[in-house]
Unconditional design. Sequence first.
Lengths: 343, 342
Amino acid sequence: MTQQATPDRTLPLPGDTLVGLYRTMALIRAFEERVHELFTEGELPGFLHLCSGQEAVAAGVIAQLERADMITSTHRNHGHALAKGVDPRAMMIELYGRAGGSNSGKGGSMHLADPAVGHLASGGIVGASAPLALGPAQAAKLAGTGAVAVAFFGDGGAQQGTVLEAMNLAAVWKLPVVFVCENNLFGQATTVDYASAAAPYARAEGFGLPAERVDGQDVVAVYEAAGRAVERARAGDGPSYLECLTYSYHGAWEGEPKRSYRRPEVESDFRRRDPLRLLDDVLTAALPDWLDIKDRVDDEAAEQVDGAVEAGRAAPYPDPSTVLTGVYADPNVVIDRDGLAVR
Amino acid sequence: MKTLSFADAINEALRLEMTRDPRVLVTGEDVSGGATIPGFERADAWGGVFGVTRGLVAEFGRDRVIDTPISESAFIGAAIGAAAAGYRTVTELQFLDFMGVCLDQIINQAAKLRYARGDRAPGVPIVIRAMIGAGSRAGSTQSQSHYSSVAHFPGLKVVVPATPADAKGLMIAAIRDEDPVLFLENKALYETKGPVPDGDEPVPIGRARVAREGGDVTIVTIARMLSVAEKAAKELSERGIEAEIIDVRTVAPLDLTTILESVERTGRLVVVDEDTPRCSVASDIVALVSSRAFDRLTAAPRMVTPPHTPVPFAPVLEDAYIPSPEQVVEAVLATAGQEVAA
């Protein structure tokens, strides 16, 4: 790693954009590391899949989106939700299983979403995000809004037939959608080299989709590649595919029994190219007041997460009777615990 | 009031709702029928295998009546996603048997998105049309009536119309509903004609209909089994037994109230169902009535269903597979301690 002494080199992107990308990544990192601590200490319940190490993908792609652009996400979704603007307090209350959270205590970690900020869905079914994203893309095309949709999935999801169906249908209907494969090298403990007969992005070319593989640790590379894909979608040129090579520091899930399947040399290589560190290097070299800005941004992220944790701890537990609410959206249908409509 | 076939009644409901609400879309395999052929929409577009969506593409255009590849998971997922952006898609699965290839989108995404995203989340207003029913010599994978397997999942509504009037009214209700509705069409009913009201009044989802009044026995029917029970009721009437027939119309959520009200008067229950008997809507109705109206029952409830086997092909085997009026008569007489030969 080389640092330039004088802040005179040309920035790869406008300074505000770079600081914004750092801010998003810092919030995600602070959130995930706190969730890791709280889970390890036994304070948080749940089946948690953290994205520390993968921040550049969520931050870089979603920085290219407007609020009206919809995303669909995976079980490893905290970063996407934070980047898209889901309230961290509401998210943390949900993780605590308390009342007033983002999903009313009905979703938890794997189902965080908020359609009001353009986050349609996430969930525990690997690959399901891809077909769902076609809908808002189809709607945007029919209504001529210029909006786009982004489907996030992993290298594991890339092996699901439903993702391939979705790529074909998106191409047939020429939809404004971007398929983003977060290739973190493992589907649980199974390596992508074993599970995928070809590189995920190489399959996209077979459907006629422009496809790129980028360094998912480098938020500038992700941002620029996502920009090209989003621009094609907005221009009416149809779907694209972006594969981002990255790494999950906390493995597949919190509390997984052992990490022996992860080779230390691979992990240290990714940690050496930590996405926050790489961007920090760029900004250190380029912005004379970066250290001050960085301190402020890091403090703000810590404060936001502190506030979220306080909100989570302070929120009341949900009323057990609310388990029956929300099965149907139809206000005319009230069901009892046997699933029978109450007249 | 006019006379329409079951298929044309559905077509009229789709046409009325597409006219009323520009956000209503129709998607599926061959719903237009020839979307890649220029000019075909005005000439001879199929409108689905049995012509249920015929004419819609000519009237509403290719942007709203959209053929799909044979990729059920992708296009049902798209319908769910489009609902989040304000559209209401009526998507066609063709045969309910095909749900195996897209079950995740139906039972995990459509059914649960509203609940898992919390109480402030919008619903998932989509309609999934699919055919059910044996009798067309199609064998085991295009003939099933396995609505029990979807009625099992919280969050789904499952409607099973038996008459052209209900087919129209329930389709209107399904399109306007804020929740995912499986709209199941027994293909043996498509040519059945019956009176259909003018206008666009919905038939409420979740309400059974008393199709025939009688005080001696309650016969509950699902979809096409209504006509089987009606034939049985005529013969029973000649034997001095007046059957009350309740057409459930919706299997999820089930209108148990109407069934219980009838059983409390008749004391006898026979459920006629074309689905296989184990873990079924029919067995569920028998269990619910037995546990909630045990004291009012004067005989053990009976089910008339196919055998618990796949649907066979050979015409002789398939005809014997489908519940018959004779089997219904026999079951009703058994609840009265009588035999057919008597």
